[in-house]
Design a protein around this ligand. Sequence first.
Ligand SMILES: Cc1cc2nc3c(=O)[nH]c(=O)nc-3n(C[C@H](O)[C@H](O)[C@H](O)COP(=O)(O)O)c2cc1C
Length: 211
Amino acid sequence: MPDTQKQIVTVGVTGASGAILAQKTLALLEEDARVARVHLVVTEAGQRLFTEELGITSGDLKQLPSRILGHPVGKLEVLPNKDVGASIASGSCAVDSMVVIPCSMGTLGAIANGISDDLVARAADVMLKEGRKLVLCVRDTPFNRVHLENMLRAQQAGAVIMPAVPAFYHQAKTIDDLVTQYVCRVLAQIGLPQEKMYRWTGHSASKEAKA
Ligand SMILES: Cc1cc2nc3c(=O)[nH]c(=O)nc-3n(C[C@H](O)[C@H](O)[C@H](O)COP(=O)(O)O)c2cc1C
């Protein structure tokens, strides 16, 4: 595939539980031949969640993508969240789609209300104003009224609200099975359907295995 036809994706990671979802997303994007480049932006709380949940310590920011994936990376470029003047803060930057995974209620609130005071929120704001795909993988439970209203506002402004809720119809055996299926559904939303995604055919996976 020529580079001009490949996707450029921004991944925002915030301080909601589910750092493993961000890790899987980055791994699948890194190995996807249809993707040219991935801009990664992590909030301060997102960085903390990488440490709390995956033991990935903060250090030299440039090395963060390789620390997350556990090997050298080719397509992932990390941008400082405080740099609201980075390339992706402008609609003139050729980004095709953005995923915020996981998306905290704080960042959801910022995006839903146009408060672009960090790069994750500004880059998301740009996706909405340019009519490009923005997927918000919101995570909290239970939701309060403010969360629900913010989800509605963001959805009405053009975002896809994709709560980090696993499916169970594919007979998952491991946490990785649950995470992979969810992330594959997220990537399908940005036009990158994955071969490993289980597709419901009207028959359960267990019945298919026995047949
Ligand atoms: C271990 C841990 C888990 C958290 N989980 C969530 C969560 O699932 N959802 C959420 O909205 N906030 C969660 N928070 C709180 C957010 O990190 C906090 O509101 C933060 O200010 C969000 O900032 P950000 O949107 O800039 O990342 C969690 C915090 C910690 C330390």
